[in-house]
Ligand binder design. Sequence first.
Ligand code: UD1
Length: 424
Amino acid sequence: MDKLLVYGQQKLMGKIPISGAKNAALPLFAASLLTSEVLTLHNVPPLSDIATMAELLTCLGTHYKSDNLSRDEMTVHLQADHVENLVAKYELVKKMRASILVLGPLLARYGHCRVSAPGGCAIGVRPIDLHLKGLEAMGAVFELQDGYIDAKAPHGLNGAVFEFPIVTVTGTENLLMAATLANGTTTLINAAQEPEIVDLAECLISMGAEISGHGTSTITIKGCGELHGATHKIISDRIEAGTYALAAGISGGDVELVGENLSSLLPTFLETISRIGLDVTPTEAGLRVRSTGSLQPIDITTAAFPGFPTDLQAQTMAILCLANGVSNIWENIWENRFIHVAELHRMGANITVSGAHAQIKGVQQLTGAQVMATDLRASFSLVLAALSAKGETLIDRIYHLDRGYCNVTEKLADCGVCVQRVRG
Ligand code: UD1
């Protein structure tokens, strides 16, 4: 297993190109199952999660072609004109839970499919009950057999009014996609408002779907008989942008994040890091984030968009380890998303966790250590801590990092920071 060797006390200075959003690309790949025509996606990030989704779609019978436009960007062409195998295998679903996104499109287009139940993961139990309840409201019937969800919609899917009791991102995406091919109108109440949902809806509209209200908590979808091919450019990855903003802050650096609409993608987060003491200014190409020398403690509560994103919680905790006082984080989305704390402790952090609350007492200096990445976002919190630490840090299990951050060593090197991938 590869490791990452990070030399401490290095400043990030320069420009970071922000890649396309992984969490927008994954549902967009699944949306290709809604039509027999070609869906072309630009600004696709070269990541292992994307490769897993491509493998899943290929196994189902989708034609997949990719062009590498640059180090950080691919264009892909997906055509689901010969889908013969309607089974999403356990081997792929267990690798990446977002594979569940094929359920809605397959059911809507073919009336039946078999998708492995995803199971839990390091950050929480991660149920999919609301995906199933929403599709049931549209006429689907589910049976669990041998760890697989056998899904049927013998008379097709019908439009329905469904209210989510909890906001769910992929749940909203699954229902949104399914509803485009249903008979009649579907209204999703308490829908997720994440920018990735808006991006998906915009692409579906260019495929011929009739959707309104995306980006608000009520989405209305008028089902139509079929969708057609389209070309769509994926939005910038707000989590990658936020992570590198924190890298500039924790290292005492100054970076320009190059990407589109970054301010509107990260409203609460940017306001939070300004309060921590980072200087954030819009530029023509994106955003400039600069350390001002001191870090202030703050309180954070994670929430659905436009609240503070849970996917930036671990990385923000790393910077708060060095703030001038006591900070608090309440993690409201995932019940087990503090597993990085034990690794930060090994680097000298002073953090106390009690249930969904973490109290972080700032320390003067972190120190390098051997640590282990525990999940995707947590792995970058260790990179951040390591950049500021005294000495070297060796981070094990960086396959987690590869799932969601492309070309980390290269992007950091462009900003004068040396981290080394140790093959193992
Ligand atoms: C998506 C993101 C993930 C992010 C999360 C929250 C993708 C591919 N992944 O995950 O990076 O951390 O949103 O912003 O976009 N829940 C239920 N029943 C369900 C579904 C969800 O109880 O059927 C609960 C979950 O346990 C969790 C909360 O709802 O507490 C939010 O989860 P959800 O928004 O569904 O997360 P994902 O879509 O899996």
